[in-house]
Design a protein around this ligand. Sequence first.
Ligand SMILES: [Zn+2]
Length: 338
Amino acid sequence: MRTRTAALLLVLSSFCSIAVFADSADFTVKKVGDGIYAAIGTDGGKAGSNAGFIIGSNGVVVVDTFEDVAPARDLLAEIRKITNLPIRFVVNTHYHLDHTGGNAVFAQAGATILAQRNLRGWLRTENLKFFGANPKPEQKATVEALVLPDETYSDAVDIYLGTRQIQVRYMLGHTGGDSVVTVPDTDVVFAGDLVWQKHLPNLIDATTSDWVKTLDKLLADHPAATFVSGHGDVATVADVRDFHDYLVTLRDAVAKARAAGKTDQALVDDVLPQLQEKYGKDCPAASPDKKPSAPTATCWGFFGPFSKRNIMQTAAELAGTKKVPAPLADADKSAFGK
Ligand SMILES: [Zn+2]
């Protein structure tokens, strides 16, 4: 009996050490295609979001760089375990700090930072708002030191890693400066924050009318793809459809409440229970160490922090009072007097 107890304890303790190791990791690297990897951030960890990388015949493209240089350094180390090819490009899917905070690590490693042109205008200014009305000097310094893109594009650009083509395309919805990265020789789509897997999205800069159309297009163009989401796990087509349906549900519920003459708190009180029923139900109690629990079909991640804000921000969008970052003026066109 004693031997069995000792054996059980040994099994339990080795299981716990594996669990602790997994818990302390800020992200998990998952292979999602031939030479294509997702780096899935742990909720509540230092990565702050998802990233990924694509290996071609003569180099590597990294998609997004996490929230900070420390997890970005860890990501570079993980890439180096798989390949020694040069990191040729980083694509920032959008300007938000949790996807661009590690740019410096890859710039130092020799990568060219590439993004949609609006991002260059917003990276060091719009990111300040995430620290509230009065950012501390060190927070201001962090934002003002973010490494800007070396190259920008307007609507579409292709990268060739030797024989491998990578397509970068401008799509609307999350910020007005988002890029989707696809690899035509496989069925993988890096969607950035245009796709959240079983997580409520951040709508601070969103135009959900455009976002729903973008998701329709992604689903039509890639009906069997694997999607690397911006937050949550690697997403299936069903996950993308569920996320599309979340935005439609939110927009419809807010529109109905507005049509019934509701505003402000009365509108939130009307819509929140409807969202709760589908996306915030039967949520497990918080663990003693306050680590967020894994999302389920009826209890999505970030329901707590984002549900009310999603409602208010969508109400503002439908009322036409929502402020979103202004696109850069088109210098090319004005130069030709068009
Ligand atoms: Zn974002």
